[in-house]
Design a protein around this ligand. Structure first.
Ligand code: MN9
Length: 295
């Protein structure tokens, strides 16, 4: 059996509920976590990612979110803590904290903004994971970070046996296929929910997505049907899913998912400025989206 196979599955990239002033709304955050566990039936949560509006938060707020998520989920599902930051010392602190809390793995986005060399990126990953007794999943999202790594460079990172996989948030299926063939024992998670089926055909081990907070049941169906080789059935569900995702993206990704949660009684709160929360027009569209796809 594949090493680290315990980490396979469907993970929601956890949204965070904020109050109007950008403070974490603990009650709301707990409700989002419960909704994911009880209603979306996900295998795990990816805490502190893009969807968690993480890169706008202080270290203290990131710690608070890790603590609340673990306290609410306990050991009922898998938990991955995204600790990446362009301050590697902050990442180390967060990696230690998440490990103490009992997170099943940590993850770190490729360091962004400055054009770091690959040697610098490698130093960053080894520094983070070698500071803790845990495992690390690379978070690759070139569209937001500008960092593109080759098959060989992933291989250099995977030389550290504590680096167990990658969250692959890209539309590059040639690269995905090459990684799958080259590293059959590493975990590859699809990061774009709208491309889960083609990624599943390439042999992913799971998926991590924002839309699973509201569409987790369909996401699992796509994944499981694809794994069973039932591609046509999976495609039908991907089509409906992508009608939903297209509508969400056109109305504003995170604000709309928060409104869709609120329509189900989950106190998903505000977005964190400078990200704007849904206005009245977006709320009305969210209601239509809900009625069309989730009601
Ligand atoms: O975690 C998410 N990536 C970002 C992965 O939000 C940047 C995806 O789930 C996308 O939100 C989703 C919509 O494009 O696929």
């Amino acid at each position: 059996m594949m090493k680290n196979a315990d980490m396979k599955g469907i993970y929601s990239a956890l949204l965070v509920s904020f109050d109007e002033n950008g403070k974490v709304n603990e009650k709301g955050l707990r409700e989002i976590i419960r909704h994911n566990i009880d209603k979306m039936k996900v295998d795990g949560l990816y805490v502190g990612g893009s969807t968690g509006e993480n890169f706008m938060l202080s270290t203290e707020e990131k710690r608070e979110i890790f603590r609340i998520a673990k306290d609410e989920a306990k050991d009922s599902i898998k938990l991955i803590a995204q600790v990446g930051s362009i301050n590697v010392y902050e990442s180390v602190e967060l990696a230690k904290y998440a490990t103490e809390l009992g997170y099943d793995a940590i993850s770190a986005v490729t360091p962004f903004y400055y054009k770091f060399t690959f040697q610098e990126i490698k130093d960053y990953y080894n520094t983070i994971i070698n500071s803790v007794e845990n495992r690390l999943i690379i978070y690759s999202i070139p569209a937001l970070t500008g960092v593109n790594m080759s098959v060989a460079q992933f291989g250099e990172l995977f030389e550290n046996e504590k680096i167990i996989g990658v969250k692959f948030t890209a539309a590059d299926f040639f690269l995905l296929e090459r990684l799958r063939k080259a590293y059959p024992d590493h975990l590859i998670y699809a990061g774009f929910d709208e491309m889960m089926l083609p990624a599943a055909v390439c042999g992913i081990d799971g998926a991590i997505g924002s839309t699973f907070n509201v569409n987790g049941i369909r996401a699992r169906q796509i994944y499981e049907l694809a794994q069973a080789g039932k591609i046509e059935d999976a495609l039908k569900i991907q089509h409906v899913t992508n009608d939903l995702i297209s509508a969400i993206l056109a109305n504003g990704l995170y604000p709309t998912i928060k409104e869709l949660l609120k329509l189900q009684g989950v106190d998903a709160g505000y977005c964190h400025r400078p990200m704007a929360s849904a206005d009245e027009g977006q709320k009305a569209v969210a209601k239509e989206i809900f009625d069309n796809y989730l009601g």
